[in-house]
Design a protein around this ligand. Sequence first.
Ligand code: SF4
Length: 698
Amino acid sequence: PEKRVAHWSYATCAYCSTGCSIELGLDSSGKVITSRGNAKADVNRGKLCIKGLLEHELFDSKGRGSEPLIRQHHHEPFAPASWQQAMDKTATAIKTIQEKHGRDAFAVVSTGQLLTEEFYTLGKLVRGCIGTNNYDGNTTLCMASAVSGYKRSFGSDGAPGCYDDFDKTDCLMAFGSNLPEQHPVIYWRLKEAREKRPFPLIVVDPRVTMFAQMADIHLAVTPGTDCVLINAMMYVIFDENLADTAFIEQHTKGLSELTKIIEDYNPKLAQKVCGIDEDTIRSVARLYAKAATAMSIWTMGINQSTHGSDGVVNINNLNLITGNIGKPGGTSLSITGQCNAMGTREWSSCSGLPGYRALENPEHRQQVADFWGITPDFFPEKRGLTETDIFPAIETGEIKGLWLVATNPMTSMPNTSRIRKALEKLDFLVVQDSYSDVETNQYAHVYLPAAIWAEKEGCFTNTERRINLTRKSVPNYANSQSDFWIFTQMAKYFDHGSKIPFPPSPELAFDEMKALSKGSERLLDISGMSYDKIEQATGIQWPCREGETGQARLYTDGHFPTADGKANLIGVSFFDNNEKPDKRYPFWLNSGRVVEHFHTRTRTGKIGNCNKFSPIPYMEMNPDAAKKLGVKHQEYVRLISRRSDAVAMVQLTHRVAPDMVFVPFHFFDCVNRLTLGLLDPHSRQPAFKQCAVRIVPV
Ligand code: SF4
């Protein structure tokens, strides 16, 4: 198809947070016929994974929503409606619920998939016009623990490192991350760096993932015990005088509290809990601490846990005591999940106010209220419910109405039987999505069809704080509208909609965000950026102040955004509160991604070649365990947990231990029927990866 391309249009991949730069090839009639990696972009250097290569097939894929739909009750069929009718019905329902039950009785849950300008506009609508405090993003299911851990250690969210650190580091330790499948192009960057300049790669994961197979050292840790492993490593580092005492003294506080806790984690004892033998713990600790620079990366194996935030804090502790923050090759790099999980953290106001401002801070409330032209007392003084607390609040009747934007909790939340009952209980549910066949839409009263990806224009921020652009390449599908348009139109129904300025285009909204971000003391300053500059540079990392070109790393001067400028060392004790295998439910259940699919398959399930490689749910099982149960390769089994049951096809593999099974999380009515989802007390993120099941042949 490249021969038929008349014009290449600039875009950024809308799946994972790698942030690959894409060029979309349009033929002379304006139809997108192919896509390719942008060779000029340093992030991906011309590479794309299977999802990015086939992303242009999204525009007219099956299941796209072509017109707004409405109905009185969710058990009735939908009727087509005009935009005016659908918006009237939604605004009326929101106002009725709020008048009767209070402003917070209507909740909004968005996503990490929208463009940043859309997040900022949604924040204005929800915080400034609708005025509910029960507003969150599905990022609580993926990145909340990283956000919480960064804030506790360094005083702010924001990854301190970048991909260039792979080219500078002397040792890399990965926790709960299957990089080759979850973030294939980041993995390729790492592989390329190690080919040029070999350095040790240590992968911590209970499962023998593709990443673990490629590592020099694989630590098959007992599920949920990573804190014990890191504490034991720190025990060795202090015991053998390997810590960077000068860095600790100058740039951190809390050492004595940390060492007091670590005293209890002698590797001799720790090995019994975390499952890694004493000698290996000692060797890995020495390797990490003696490396001139060392870095840690992690994803859901850390975040999706009852102690996810503590896990992040402990990774930061490890890097702080070895002096590995703020220097090339020495960092704590949270590999983000969704394409714009960072954008929603930065600008959507889900957990606070735009530009990393906090609801709890009166100055921040005043700044945003002044900027938007309203009074600060309209804002709540602390954050409301997270997504994981919104559903229980529907059960108790505290929340009566819900707006879901580009998220699909019927597949993505833990214990989906409970989610189904909550959705059925709502007085009003509006689902806004590019696909009308998304499972959660079965329970909606209004469906709003949204334009997708390069039908719109705006920015994403990737894992390494790089803001990159997507240009509008094609017209909206059928009668769908951009999320940006939907939010600005909805604002008109509310009193503050006429007071708060809503710029007419994403680029003008970006200009407004730049103005709001400006300030020498602000970490998240984007005032030096513009759409043209971003495209020219193939992405710019924040902070980027006026006249600057962006910053690869944070905290390079050893100063942190805390009250005294020092990073916090916070001791983390292990608490064992997971559901664990027992006689009735003898297997650990683990879940994760496969390379062909993204999240709940709303998009990749419609793309032939993605779906072809992974069309149905399967369960990885150890051959020894299968033999005992009399189960054979490719037979179907029923997995049963204390919540519900699900059916999957058996794939025999030594990737999992005899007491563990693994099921990809992408499929509807499958693994999340089984998961328990206990919450992390700091981040409210659910533990998806630790619960118990039994297996029965069918
Ligand atoms: Fe898209 Fe991620 Fe694949 Fe890059 S690695 S093409 S960002 S899905």
